[in-house]
Design a protein around this ligand. Structure first.
Ligand code: ZN
Length: 318
């Protein structure tokens, strides 16, 4: 029934206006509810559930870890994630740390957008940023941040006050290169929060997977990886939530397989690590539509709950 039709059924206009106002207040309370991820306890909110393609109509890779209404950890910041960050209700001043898995554009493109937004916020404390070291193909984390915000050659050097010591900024970014192997190493602690990393394999790109322990819960982010090696299983051991990247379908070969893990490998890692819940993200045009096959390949190896992520989905961890 349209509003015009509805108005016809009400002989009393006041009655009709009351109904409209009731319906509007319902829709506002629903949207307010959508912004309350992690208001109590720990939750992961998916800011970007897509990959690099824009036609997937998803923001690229990015996740927020919430605890008791505070957005404490940001993992990656792919294109579109800054808009989702705003939609989530998070503030840059709330973040304890930013963790990067690697510096492909679909994991880092909105980082400067988020930093510029923070310039208008009330952040006063340093912002630690952890990510992989560099090689001939990719900058290290410290290079990535200074390539953007360094005072001499940074693309956005007009914001160098947020990086360069001695300049008058409201806060400073503190970038760190995380050099690790396949044994998990804890690189950041703050109160009840700890972040640990292992190296993972993603072609020639230096890449990390992250384990975030917070409020007694364990959240693990695979990032992009082909699943080789033992590091990811060690890192994900007994995780409450394992967010794995479903970037290729079963049977992928060539460059796709060298970069990403197919569903059978995701399922085996989830099983070996005894994770309690599996979330599939980084969904791409080649995996969207193959969910049934993906699910059945995973179920052959891992019998726990499996969920496909969408932008702004909230996964409370109880
Ligand atoms: Zn990616």
């Amino acid at each position: 029934m349209s509003l015009r039709q509805a108005s016809g059924t009400f002989s009393n206009p006041t009655c009709f206006l009351l109904l409209v106002s009731f319906l509007l207040s319902c829709s506002f309370s629903l949207s307010a509810a959508a912004q309350s991820c992690g208001s109590q306890g720990v939750a992961v909110q998916v800011l970007g559930s897509g990959g690099p393609e824009l036609q997937d109509k998803r923001a690229s890779s990015s996740y927020l870890v919430w605890e008791n209404g505070q957005a404490r950890v940001l993992v990656d910041a792919g294109g579109g994630s800054a808009l989702r960050f705003g939609e989530s209700g998070a503030q840059m001043s709330q973040l304890d740390v930013i963790l990067f898995t690697h510096f492909h554009v679909d994991h880092s493109g909105d980082f400067p957008t988020l930093i510029f937004s923070s310039w208008f916020g009330d952040r006063k404390r340093p912002l630690p940023i952890y990510g992989p070291p560099g090689n001939d193909f990719m900058p290290s984390t410290t290079e990535f941040v200074s390539d953007l915000f360094g005072d001499k050659h940074g693309a956005y050097r007009y914001l160098s006050e947020l990086l360069v010591p001695g300049e008058e900024g409201s806060y400073k970014m503190q970038p760190h290169n995380v050099v690790v192997s396949e044994t998990p190493v804890t690189v950041f602690r703050s109160g009840d929060l700890a972040a640990s990393a292992v190296r993972v394999f993603h072609g020639a790109v230096p890449a990390l997977a992250w384990r975030v322990e917070i409020g007694g819960k364990v959240l693990v982010f695979s990032g992009d990886t082909n699943g080789e090696g033992e590091g990811l299983v060690r890192l994900a051991m007994n995780a409450d939530l394992f967010i794995a990247h479903n970037a290729v379908p079963e049977g992928a070969v060539g460059i796709e397989r060298r970069l990403h893990m197919p569903p059978s490998v995701i399922g085996q890692i989830a099983e070996d690590a005894k994770v309690k819940r599996l979330v599939l993200s980084h969904r791409m045009l080649r995996t969207l539509g193959t969910e049934d096959q993906t699910q059945s390949e995973i179920k052959k190896r891992y019998l726990g709950p499996v969920v496909f992520a969408n932008d702004l989905d909230c996964f409370p961890v109880r």
